[in-house]
Design a protein. Structure first.
Length: 556
């Protein structure tokens, strides 16, 4: 263990006192193609909220399943962003079993329900009234001082910009999912500066954004969701100066699917074209199912077309929106394997020429990015099927999540990488913990290792080990906006927010409340948040397991 420092936590008073001030007149920004007035002014936070700014044309009709297009010119009115939009959502039925099983498992309470996923059935959830295929919009929170400083003098560079990409298995989520962004803005002002700008945007989900099989690719655009994100990031680069932001100081951050998306943006086109429209990135539990072969994509695409009862994309483009929304929800809800969401980024041979891990290993990626990566101590528990408590369940997980797995790979995974020896030496003491670690490495944790090694230890890495340490546990800390049952220690949240906001502002994470955050270095050291201390420890992902997963040798 590389013990560099130890900091005991003490809960501090929160610096979010309301500020009594007269509400200023809401500003108007002319984007050229449309004109927007701020939707509101947050008095206590001292920032303007510009909501629901269109960054792309409606991806409907002939634009369905295609790359996003720039918005058309519409200057007939001043938009106030009062009408919210989210992209069509979908939730797999296995989440009902996960929500029932995991709390009891963590509490040591026997689970008396069925562990057979076949006993659970898809039930349509109420559709959010904001749901619309025309969903490619973004939100911007701008501190008043930042907005008023626009063009003040030539030496004013503009404020740093923090751009959020949400997670949700590439199947659900939206730009408003995390409501704690005011907390990040408040922490960014702790040094007496004007703070930073916060941006979040929607991108297409499920079938709308991630169809990618060979047949589909003849008539549609694979990875449309990634192209949505790319267009939104280019929008930020082009227009953020109008809000007081510096396009040369953009930090993108994302969790789970959001972090996995960022992996693709730095490996786009194998690093040969389209450099990222950002200079820095924070990847939190970057998640993706790394399958290099195309036959699974083809099966997914054909199943969706079968549900739609059409034989071509042209026919699918003619269907009513509601039909596609319901078909997507049913497809993901009923047919997703346990722990999977059916859709996600795919190797398409162009935008994504190979898996991100392979491209990082080969050195074919965009290298001029400063990185900070984070993970939780038990990323896989929420997604491993409860039947992995038995060897047959563990093998079923490998079959379902690695279609086409070779017998040699199966044996190597089961007997060498994660042997059925439960003395704790391999990182687990039960069969379910073994399954959770396997999934954690394969889908989440090893992605951080790929970044740390590709950037030769120049990155910054952290780990949340506050029990239970499950996936997404760091989100309430990241978006801390005051005391919450989801946050065990307020000081931890403030320190993490300090690290993120200072990284966005200076390129180096720092906090007056926490220890010095050293770079990863040759010693593979990460900052580990424990229940009562922060320790610099050896990264558990710096392992031979991750080096094997990175090569993607597990399928035919």
């Amino acid at each position: 263990m590389l013990l560099a420092t130890r900091v005991l936590f003490a809960v501090l008073a929160l610096p979010f006192a309301a500020v009594a001030a007269k509400v200023p007149q809401l500003p108007i920004v002319d984007l050229g193609y449309e004109v927007y007035r701020a939707t509101s002014f947050n008095e206590s936070g001292g920032f303007y909220n510009f909501s629901n700014i269109r960054y792309a044309a409606p991806p409907k009709g002939h634009l369905r399943f295609q790359a996003p297009q720039p918005p058309s010119i519409n200057r007939s009115t001043i938009n106030d962003g009062s009408v919210g939009r989210i992209c069509p959502q979908a939730y797999p039925k296995w989440m009902a079993l996960e929500r029932a099983f995991i709390p009891r498992y963590l509490a040591g309470i026997p689970f008396n329900g069925s562990l057979n996923l076949a006993d659970y059935h898809y039930s349509p959830a109420p559709v959010d009234p904001r749901t619309d295929e025309d969903c490619l919009f973004l939100d911007i929170l701008v501190p008043k001082e930042v907005y008023q400083s626009r063009g003040r003098n030539q030496r004013h560079r503009g404020a740093p910009v923090l751009v959020w990409i949400y997670g949700g298995g590439y199947a659900f989520g939206d730009k408003t999912t995390q409501t704690g962004s005011p907390g990040l803005i408040a922490r960014s002002k702790q040094d007496g500066s004007d703070g930073l700008i916060y941006v979040s945007f929607n991108y297409r989900l499920g079938a709308s954004g991630w169809l990618a099989g060979p047949t589909f690719s003849k008539y549609g655009t694979p990875n449309a969701g990634l192209l949505d994100q790319q267009l939104a990031l280019k929008w930020v680069k082009k227009y953020i100066h109008l809000f007081g932001g510096d396009p040369g100081r953009v930090t993108v951050f994302g969790e789970s699917a959001g972090g996995g998306s960022i992996l693709h943006h730095i490996t786009v086109y194998g690093g040969k074209r389209d450099p990222p429209a950002f200079q820095q990135a924070v990847l939190q539990s970057p998640g993706l199912l790394p399958l290099p072969q195309k036959h699974r994509q083809e099966e997914v695409d054909q199943k969706f077309m079968q549900i739609l009862n059409v034989s071509s994309l042209d026919e699918a483009r003619e269907l009513p929106s509601q039909t596609l929304i319901e078909a997507n929800a049913y497809h993901i809800g009923e047919f997703s394997f346990y722990g999977d969401f059916t859709y996600g980024p795919a190797v398409d041979g162009t935008f994504s020429p190979s898996l991100p891990g392979q491209l990082l290993e080969q050195g074919t990626f965009h290298k001029n990015v400063n990185f900070m990566v984070g993970s939780n101590s038990d990323e896989g528990l929420l997604f491993i099927m409860p039947t992995a408590q038995e060897e047959s369940g563990y093998q079923q997980y490998l079959d379902e999540n690695i279609p086409g797995i070779t017998e040699g790979s199966r044996g190597y995974i089961s007997n060498t990488l994660y042997p059925p020896i439960f003395n704790g030496n391999s990182g687990y003491r039960t069969r379910l913990e073994r399954g959770a670690l396997t999934l954690s490495d394969f889908i989440f944790q090893c992605n951080t290792d790929y970044i740390n090694r590709a950037f030769r230890g120049r990155s910054f890495a952290y780990r949340i080990s506050i029990p239970p340490g499950t996936h997404a546990q760091d989100l309430p800390y990241t978006f801390y906006n005051g005391p919450s049952q989801a946050v065990a220690n307020d000081t931890v949240a403030l320190i993490l927010q300090d690290y993120i906001t200072s990284f966005a502002k200076t390129g180096v994470p720092a906090s007056s409340l926490g220890p010095v955050f050293e770079r990863y270095g040759k010693g593979a050291g990460l900052l580990n948040f424990e229940p009562d201390a922060i320790l610099t420890t050896l990264d558990p992902a710096a392992s031979e397991r991750c080096r094997w997963w990175q090569k993607a040798l597990y399928t035919l």
